[in-house]
Each structure stands twice: as C-alpha cells, then as structure tokens.
Design a protein around this ligand. Sequence first.
Ligand code: ZN
Length: 301
Amino acid sequence: MLILPGNSPRPQRRVPLTRASADHFAAVDRAAAADRTRSSLFNSSTDAFFFAPSSTPSKYELNGGQRQYTTRRGIRLCRVGGKSCRSALCALCSGRRARRQRRELIAALRASRPRYALLWTYTLASTPDAALGPLIGNLAELHAAVNASGWLSSKVDGYARVVEIERPDSGWHPHGHELFIFKKHLSRAEAQTFAVALRDRYLSAAARLGIPASAAGQHVRVVPLDQLDVAARYITKQHITTGPKAGTRTLAMLSADAFTRGDADALALIHEAEAATYRRQLWRVSGACKSPVLFNASRRT
Ligand SMILES: [Zn+2]
C-alpha cells in the first residue's frame, strides 16, 4: 500500500512488500533450505538473498581477489589468525553480518509487538559524476535535518535504517530505507499526516542545504503487520554476496566484476566505495527495533 506516491517520472526501483515479494522470499527460503542439504566447500548460495545465477561467484571466489586488491587492511587480513573483520564490504563477513542484523531485527519486532509500521525510502536526485563520499554525507545531513530537535525520534517508538549503495549508469545512488515502528495503531489520516510532514521536512532541508533531492525520490509505505519479517529482510538485503539485480549494479556485482573478472573500472568504484564508507555507520537500530539479545550482548562486552 503506497500512501505517498512519488511524482512522475516513476522511479525504477523494485517494489517491496507486495504479495509477490512475500512469495519470492518464501521461495528463496525453500531453495536455501534445500541447498543446505548439499554440502560443498564453495557453495555460498545459502548466503545469497536472491536466486543467483550460476555465474555469481561464491564468497570464497570473491575473497581470493578481494584479499589482493582491497584497500581495507581489515578485509585483507580477515581470518588471518582466525579473526573476522566483520566489514559490510568483506566477501567473507558481509553475508553473516546481514543475517545477524536481520535475525536481531526480527526478534526485536516480535518482542515489541508493534501496532503499526511504515517503511520510508529516501534518495537524492541522481547526479552523474558525483563522488560517493559526499553523496553519503548529503544523505546523512538530510536525515539529521529531518530529525532536528528529535522530531523523528519523538514520533516513532523505534526505527531500523540502512544506507544502501547502488551504481546505476546514471552515477552513484546511495539511498536510505527506514522502518518506523509504532506501538499504537495509526489511522490512515494520521499515517498520511506523518508521511507528508516527513517528506516536507526532507525536501525543505534539501532546499535549504542546497542538496539536490526531489519528491519523486521519497516514498512512505504502510507495512502490514504480518509482513514485518519481509520488511526486515528487505532492509537487510545488501551484502556483497547478494545476487544481481536488473537495471543497476549493486556492490556485490561490482565486487564480482572487480575481483573475479578483473574489471578495472569496477575495481576503481569498489575502492571509492571502500573509502566513502570507511568508519560510517550504514546500519542503525533504536527503540523497539533494538534486539534484547543485542542489548545483552553489548553489556557483556
Ligand atoms: Zn571479513
């Protein structure tokens, strides 16, 4: 249910949370379960979130090239001496990391029993040739402006948000997905008021800060409560062993091109992504989206 349709032109993004996508994820689950019964050292398909064609390299294949060519020391030394780097860009670690985030988010959502949920997607206008680092910075700046004086935090009981990085031909396309959790039910009018205020704050901040963004890039969708798991999976989908997606290149595809096919242009883009995301938090949860497990685990350390 789209309550805040973007203006034309329609973005080419895949539509989450339809019945078709729920069916799709169920099919992926079944395929992964069937796959686990086979055993192969080089079988990474249990990591793949989407059906991956046979040309998708395994995480071990990717890791071979990645060790040689990454600019990240942590990734280069990952599991040397048994220690994992846990980087979101590491072929060996990113899948496990995404699965942990997903598991913890789903556990938190089940524990907090939300009465209403919305999924917000926010983007920048595509600017070919813009460097990735400043674009990610712009996105963070806009988000901070929307939440000025705790506006957002005061409206929701919890959130989980991710910054995803894609590379269509039109240039870098970093964008955010944020799941908002409410402990009380919202009427359609209340949800709409919130969505419109959210979009207006975002766009007026963009105008004020001189950051190109348009109404077409903002979407707020209602997440039916029985599809919270689907939403949780949707926002934890990006890791570098994800299968290809039509129309745009993901970091997984760039990694495959760079590390297993020797594509120098893709390698340059990966190096840019490595630099642009260094020490940046691309995943964040709070309140009702924060797993009690995570809380306990962080207290133990
Ligand atoms: Zn690693």
